[in-house]
Design a protein around this ligand. Structure first.
Ligand code: MN
Length: 351
């Protein structure tokens, strides 16, 4: 199915659509969801934003405020009240195992579309394509925002300031300001809406970049007792976190990758509000991809993924919530993530 067929389908679609992103919603996911909403609006389709996680990072909240989006949290099991589900900036392959088990029948029955640029395994893609849903997954692109920009360009809709600003921020953020993995097509689509971007508002959104939480975590992980370097790889232990401080992890990982001589970094910590171990991966070398490193760290114990140079993972420790509050348990969890990371990049400990 081509984008134009997808758009044609909207003329007689009835029932409410849940525009959904899984995982921690970043600017690309938020902007893609917003742009799809604009398209639905145009065709008179009823929809709602239903995200798996809350918006934590302050600049993401600023973006949501600017776009005046009302986002609901996806409940533990269902898309109740929605007839269709449209996924943006994520594909079913990336949904955590537990959640997937709970949602699989609903996803099977309600899936309207998947628009994404994360890698997906061949089997999964084959299965998806055999369904009636519209599947547009292009891992070569720097952002999902590019896919939505193409949709708008191909519809009768005009780019407005909000959509253009959101999409540009999505592209900018996923490609670190066009400094990492993007495709010529990302730029080609950008030229369609570049004149509508509201740069003043965007500067306000991205301006207050580092929060006190980010500084707090940076302070922690720059203590040499909390870091370990093997070759050109560095592991940083961010310790115990809240859902608020854990949202600083990706920024901290970006920051630590700036260190001379380091080509791979993992920052990991334990989010005690959600009882999970989470981490960000940054990688600037050519032997691996950050996506691969993240997925391998989490293999069998959680979920991980991402792109060539940036990735993330979540691990559900199989321990009770009171056990996770013990320092010895926390140390063991972090230690095991650290060893998994060094194993993946061939820096296994000699002992
Ligand atoms: Mn993205």
């Amino acid at each position: 199915m081509e984008t134009s067929d997808f758009l044609n389908r909207f003329k007689d679609l009835d029932g409410r659509v849940a525009i959904t992103a899984f995982g921690n919603p970043d600017p690309d996911a938020i902007a893609s969801a917003f742009a799809l909403g604009r398209i639905f609006d145009h065709y008179g389709i009823d929809f709602g934003f239903l995200f798996e996680s809350e918006i934590n990072r302050p600049e993401n909240q600023l973006l949501v405020n600017y776009l005046e989006m009302r986002i609901d949290k996806l409940g533990q099991q269902s898309f109740d009240g929605y007839k269709h589900v449209s996924l943006v900036d994520c594909n079913p392959d990336r949904v955590g195992e537990e959640r997937r088990k709970n949602l699989s029948s609903e996803l099977d029955n309600k899936l309207l579309s998947v628009q994404d640029h994360h890698p997906i395994n061949e089997d999964e893609l084959g299965d998806l394509k055999s369904e009636s849903a519209f599947i547009d997954i292009r891992p070569e692109l720097g952002s999902c925002s590019t896919i939505l920009a193409e949709c708008i360009a191909e519809s009768e809709l005009e780019f407005d300031g909000h959509t253009a600003t959101g999409l540009f921020y999505g592209l900018h953020s996923d490609t670190n300001g066009l400094l990492r993995s993007f495709a010529p097509y990302d730029v080609e689509q950008l030229t369609n809406y570049v004149e509508q971007i509201d740069m003043e508002s965007l500067k306000d959104i991205v301006g207050g970049l580092m929060t006190s939480e980010t500084f707090e975590v940076i302070h922690r992980v720059t203590d040499e007792d909390f870091c370990e370097v093997r070759g050109t790889y560095k592991f940083a232990n961010a310790g115990t976190l809240t859902s608020k401080t854990s949202s600083a992890i990706p920024q901290v990982a970006d920051f630590l990758l700036k260190e001379e001589g380091i080509e791979g970094i993992v920052v990991a910590g334990i989010d005690l509000d959600n009882n999970i171990v989470l981490g960000s991966v940054r990688y600037s070398g050519s032997r691996y991809t950050a996506e691969e490193i993240a997925a391998k760290i989490a293999r069998g114990v959680g979920s991980g993924g991402g792109h060539v140079e940036m990735g993330g993972f979540q691990i559900q420790p199989g321990v009770l919530s009171d056990t996770i509050n013990r320092e010895s348990t926390q140390n063991a969890l972090i230690e095991s993530v650290k060893e998994r990371f060094f194993n993946v990049v061939g820096k296994k400990s000699d002992s």
